[in-house]
Ligand binder design. Structure first.
Ligand code: SAM
Ligand code: DTB
Ligand code: SF4
Length: 321
């Protein structure tokens, strides 16, 4: 029997989001335990396979060619180098390998073939493979699916209303179109956003409502805290209050109970206590490895110690989907 799923209004999401934090975490815990192993955290390693020189103008991004950041543009990496990094990530305990390219849209021809080869190689290692390559056309989505790609990361970043203040070179609908293509070809969607860019709480709730109303809902939801990078228009944004991140994780967990909620960029600014609150609020995935795409992330040892001291464990590679 098919079940009609509830759709959420931004107002309903706001009511969930604004509950007392103790109540919100309690509800999120319930949703978390119903669908997930409560003591396991997914470790995803991230690699920038093509860095910098991006023609888009995303205000948060150090890789946009339009901002005066210190990120040096690099060419697409060779397949073997990428697979060597994936092997190292697997040996360190990661079960998912995510490859990011600073493109407006995925390239055609040899470069795309190379990415397909990387995806096949990562899958052969027994890891989940995720890619984020910008916009895709229908044929590219199909080829990625055939290569065995587990998930495609394409963030909404913020609400439709605030989007234009952050990015002028593409539209919210273009973003949604790529996500729809990805999903149509059977690839899971990894889709989330960033807080701390100057958006309002209502913008955050509108974004969460959009994500939760997708059919199907995203398989994973990255919750990023802005990493303010010198040279970007957002370089002087004040730091995010960790409780606001906790609220985002908890609200995402309640609205999308089956999704992996990934505590993503910004962890180097969080104490282990703040991160534990995020895990209590339903986050169950992190980026693992000392670099995100271009900015630092906690060292492997530091993360392993944090998890061990909380009695949490990395997701067992043998039980992943
Ligand atoms: N070019 C592709 C795209 O835009 O989809 C893929 C790479 S892009 C860097 C992936 C995501 O990283 C962005 O959508 C954004 O959510 C996140 N991101 C980029 N810079 C960030 C920053 N300084 N702080 C937090 N998140 C950031
Ligand atoms: C996502 O939501 N966050 C990751 C991943 N998806 C690709 C990227 C974070 C990038 C942070 C800035 C940098 O390191 O360049
Ligand atoms: Fe380019 Fe992606 Fe950065 Fe935007 S977020 S500037 S599309 S790399």
């Amino acid at each position: 029997m098919s079940e009609a799923r509830a759709t959420f209004t931004a107002q309903q999401v706001r009511e969930i989001h604004d509950q007392p934090l103790t109540e919100l975490i309690h509800r999120a815990q319930g949703a978390h335990r119903e669908h997930h192993q409560a003591d396991a955290v997914q470790l995803c390693s991230l690699l920038s396979i093509k860095t910098g020189g991006c023609p888009e103008d995303c205000a948060y991004c150090p890789q946009s060619a339009r901002h005066g950041t210190r990120t040096e543009p690099e060419k697409l990496m060779p397949v073997e180098q990428v697979l060597e990094r994936a092997r190292r990530a697997r040996a360190a305990g990661a079960t998912r390998f995510c490859m990011g390219a600073a493109w407006r849209n995925a390239k055609q021809g040899e470069q795309f073939e190379r990415v397909l080869e990387m995806v096949r190689g990562v899958r052969e290692l027994g890891m989940e493979a995720c890619a984020t390559l910008g916009m895709l056309d229908d044929g590219q989505a199909r080829q990625l699916a055939e290569a065995g790609l587990t998930a495609y990361n394409h963030n909404l970043d913020t609400s439709r209303e605030f989007y234009g203040s952050i990015i002028s070179t593409r539209t919210y609908d273009e973003r949604l179109d790529t996500l729809e293509r990805v999903s149509r070809h059977g690839i899971s969607m990894c889709c989330g956003g960033i807080i701390g860019m100057g958006e309002s709480i209502d913008d955050r709730c509108r974004m969460l409502a959009t994500l939760a109303n997708m059919e199907p809902q995203p398989e994973s939801v990255p919750v990023n805290a802005l990493v303010p990078v010198d040279g970007t228009p957002l370089q002087d944004q004040p730091p995010v209050d960790p409780f606001e991140l906790v609220r985002m994780c908890a609200t995402a967990r309640i609205l999308m109970p089956r999704a992996r909620v990934r505590l993503s960029a910004g962890r180097t600014s969080l104490t282990k206590e703040a991160q534990l609150l995020c895990f209590l609020a339903g986050a169950n995935s992190i980026f693992y490895g000392d670099k995100l795409l271009t900015t630092p992330n906690p060292e492997n040892d530091e993360d392993m110690q944090m998890l061990a001291s909380a009695g949490l464990k990395p997701l067992d590679p043998s039980v992943q989907a």
